[in-house]
Design a protein around this ligand. Structure first.
Ligand SMILES: NC(=O)c1ccc[n+]([C@@H]2O[C@H](COP(=O)([O-])OP(=O)(O)OC[C@H]3O[C@@H](n4cnc5c(N)ncnc54)[C@H](OP(=O)(O)O)[C@@H]3O)[C@@H](O)[C@H]2O)c1
Length: 332
């Protein structure tokens, strides 16, 4: 591939929003490397997705120790892109990684212990060829480990210079409140909770997490805002061969039920009436919720990245449109 020269107009395309009350701004749309950046995926496609993202103003790339498969391979591939494409651009990028799910065998390769989290972060930095990440997350709650221990591991990550900011992911509202209090006492810059949220999964609204984010001043970045692709027009006429559902993994064909398809069809009608694709409307809807900092998209092609980032010229929702969406996809 030819040498990459970033689009000079990239910072005119997306809004950047402060993550809660912190000083770190994230792009309204961020790119996650959970799928399609693994050992057996096409490297030129990965590189094209990252270039398309950065050209669109997406400065934030989200990883985790276990992304692949094989676990660790997404960080290795992204490290190669950093060296070959984004050399000299480190200060314009926000890179995050996480530890919390199973990474290596034995009692020290999973969960929330200080031993696991800090050795995992060191391994992530090595795979990406970085001195530090911008955000280091604890990837999930671990009820078997004192919350103080996991939070102190995040604090060490920050105070030792391996991370600039601390984040938590998949933490429920009550545990988030406790974690925030510990991190505040440690004077550790806790800036974000990364959680699942979409028109088809509104549990964080119901559980008061968006309200807590505004009360305490942390950001929310939402993963699977397209419900892994279901909130697009791709499954309306069956399961395409190159789709996530067909490849077999975290989205099962059995999840695409007739009931879901009815919701998706009805939401698609609203999107068409707004002259948007359903994917764009789904992202735009998440972003209009108070408390949300950024939507974290995944992609299998550069065209999807471009489509998903091109939402900021869209018309705001009318009260009637929002009521129609609530009727089709209620909080539950
Ligand atoms: N913290 C956590 O526990 C956690 C968990 C999950 C994800 N995440 C993060 O969140 C990121 C995003 O999650 P996700 O991949 O589930 O997000 P998503 O945006 O809901 O789904 C992405 C998938 O939807 C399809 N798609 C995307 N744009 C499309 C479009 N315009 N039209 C049609 N289909 C489209 C693609 O799948 P096809 O292959 O079908 O084309 C793509 O891979 C991950 O990469 C990761 O960084 C974090």
């Amino acid at each position: 591939m030819e040498k990459y020269i970033p689009d000079e107009k990239r910072y005119e395309k997306l809004p950047y929003r402060y993550s809660g009350a912190s000083g770190l701004q994230l792009p309204g749309v961020s790119l996650g490397l959970w799928h399609n950046f693994g050992t057996n995926d096409n490297f030129d496609n990965m590189r094209a997705m990252c270039r398309t993202a950065f050209d669109a103003g997406i400065t934030h790339f989200d990883l985790a120790n276990n992304y692949g498969p094989l676990p660790g391979s997404a960080e290795e591939n992204f490290g190669k892109i950093l060296r070959e494409d984004f050399a000299g651009l480190r200060d314009q990028l926000v890179i995050s990684t996480k530890a919390g799910y199973g990474m290596w065998p034995g009692p020290y390769g999973d969960g929330g212990s200080r031993k696991y989290m800090l050795s995992s972060l060191d391994a992530s930095l090595k795979r990406m060829g970085l001195d530090y990440v911008d955000i280091f997350y604890h990837h999930r709650m671990d009820k078997n480990v004192p919350l103080e221990e996991s939070m102190m591991a995040l604090d060490t990550a920050v105070k030792s210079g391996r991370a600039l900011y601390a984040g938590i992911s998949n933490y429920d509202t009550e545990t988030t409140r406790k974690a925030a209090a510990i991190l505040k006492e440690l004077r550790c810059p806790f800036i974000i909770n990364q959680v699942r949220f979409s028109m088809l999964d509104r549990h964080i609204e119901k559980e008061g997490l968006l309200d807590l984010a505004q009360e305490l001043g942390f950001g929310i970045i939402t993963f699977s805002p397209l419900a892994q692709g279901m909130l697009s027009d791709k499954y309306l006429h069956g399961i395409p061969q190159d789709s996530r559902a067909a490849k077999g993994g975290f989205l099962k064909p059995s999840q695409i039920t007739e009931e879901k398809l009815e919701q998706i069809r009805a939401l698609n009608e609203i999107a068409l009436s707004k002259h948007m694709t359903l994917a764009q409307m789904a992202l735009w809807w998440v972003l209009h919720k108070p408390g949300i900092t950024s939507v974290l998209i995944g992609a299998s092609k550069p065209e999807q990245v471009a489509e998903n980032a091109a939402i900021f010229a869209c018309e705001p929702f009318t009260p009637d449109e929002l009521a129609a969406i609530d009727a089709i996809a209620p909080i539950g």
